[in-house]
Design a protein around this ligand. Sequence first.
Ligand code: SF4
Ligand code: SF4
Length: 139
Amino acid sequence: MDFSKVKKITKEVCQACGARCCNNIAIEIEAPTNREYREYIRWYLAHKNISVFVEDGLWYIEFHTECDKLLPDKTCGIYDKRPDMCRDYGYDEDGDINCFISQYAFNYEYEFHTLEEFDEYLAKKSKAKSKRKVTLSYK
Ligand code: SF4
Ligand code: SF4
């Protein structure tokens, strides 16, 4: 299916997509602005099937885990009783498609799948910060 031509999300579209939004949960978390929050993120990323991403400046933890209500044919087993989160998902406030099939999906500033990737990011940040300090002290 050519998702760029899709104007409306239908059951067929979701099946062709593979029900990607039923395979994860993303929850906003504190940005790593201090040691405590950084250590939380390191701890999250030490676990399997967890990633952390940044979108529009906000930090999220993502659990890569399939919904227990997803049926083998990639439809919802509790469609009439599905949570509001699922009902509301798929479109933005202007009515445009805003889910995994959208061209804007995965437009993340950062994405980490391992603790090591995050440590590397922190090391780069800290290096850039100390470089800035040296530059400033010479002014
Ligand atoms: S990501 Fe979009 S197309 Fe795919 S299952 Fe979810 S709502 Fe349907
Ligand atoms: S409840 Fe249904 S729509 Fe919601 S994530 Fe699970 S399978 Fe998908």
